[in-house]
Ligand binder design. Sequence first.
Ligand code: ZN
Length: 507
Amino acid sequence: MMKYPIFIAVIAFIVAGNAVTQTHAQETITVVYDDGRRADEISAWRLDSESEELFFRANDVARIFKATQFWNASTRKVVRGIHRTRFTITVDTRVVVIDGDPIMLRNDVRYDSGFVMIPMEFLLDIVPPYTLNLLNWDPNTNTLVVEKVGYNVTRLTFATTAERSTATIDLGEPLLHHVDSSTPGLVRLKLYGGRIDTEAFEVSDAHGLFDKVRAEQTDRDAYVYFDIKRYTSRVVVEREESPPKILVILEKGELPEIPEPEYAGKKRVEVVDRRSVERKRLRIETVVLDPGHGGKDHGKTGVTGVLEKDVNLDIAKKTRDVLIQELGVQVVLTREDDRLLSLTKRTELANQIEGDLFISIHCNSWFSDETGGFEAYFLSPARTEWDRAVAMAENAADDFFDTATDAASDIDFILWDIVQNEFINESSHFAELLQKAMNERLSIRNRGVKQANFTVLQGAHMPAVLVETAFLSNPEEEQLLVNEEFQTRVAEGIADAVRKFKERYGR
Ligand SMILES: [Zn+2]
């Protein structure tokens, strides 16, 4: 069953007051769909003489994406549900709030002659990652092609023998995965960048050791949940590359004749992720802490003038102390003092000393002084505009060097593929541990684990994450960031995550 029915609501935008009618360059756009809908002719306008941006009427945008929408005349906000995501747009601002997270457009949303006018950027770049649509714009023919990307997690089949039951998931393209069975009786498979037909993966009858299956789609990833029978002794996850498949294999154990108490309920089982164990086992003996920025690169500046580079170094030093004291690991800082250091030098150093885990420490900033909280990132192509904006801001540190270093571009994805792909499972897992540990200790908002393309993480031959501890643009959080106790809590959070990570992967 679809959780959110999709329907079209065309709403007349009637607002009290007179809109000034101006003469604008109007163009006729042909919209072509590949899902069987008839081609459409709609109008678009260039509202500024300086900007080339085309603006579309909100009603037309809703029709293209089969969106629901609601207009609130007093707040001048449009809320629209597209696929499973809620977008809030406010007239005369550049802010789009996507499920609670703000991002910025290049141009204001406008109100003109009785219509809310939405810049084309919203259609081409902002919405598609949250839908199954891909939009292509051809300015030469004034044609907008709306393609259905479709699912890349396509089929689920079962096979059972006397010893084991196998669930095979067919993928449309190779997807990175993460498997977890921390809840007894449940195996959770996360597929990064997965787009899944949740109905097709809803299985309510048992197949061997599999009891039930269900799937979930988030804006970025797909999840498949397997309820497993209690006489499962081991879960093995394997990958096949061509055609891409993921196999979840449940091995049968002995069910004692007289049930022991633990068999009465659900029990924990060992999970073996073949891809992780094929590689040499990770050691967690040397942790590299990377205080972001330094020297003439101040990073972000707080409202009262606190500099990010100083906060990052303070937190890194406190983290080092806790790690050495409590875990007895070796800790190396990429910089011990206030100096300029290129992003590639930081990972070069980490590789030279053969670090086992790389943690880059930063503070966040945003245009609104109300935005706050912490975020943990691991490296992958940025999935949302927000992730991209944070990555761009951090990558800009290399603008302080004359020589051109790797900019955030598609080329980086190739580098990333070679170096970090190998560690994505561990990096994402560490980011999740970090997020949990920080959440237990900090009273500020938990903004979650995100994926972005940070230059500083690219070259690291080890699991690598970047943590944005709090927002310097938020006056309350700026005060926290210079507070000894808060810094110590962050340090303890990082150390706790390292401890759990070491227990999971270390010898
Ligand atoms: Zn930073």
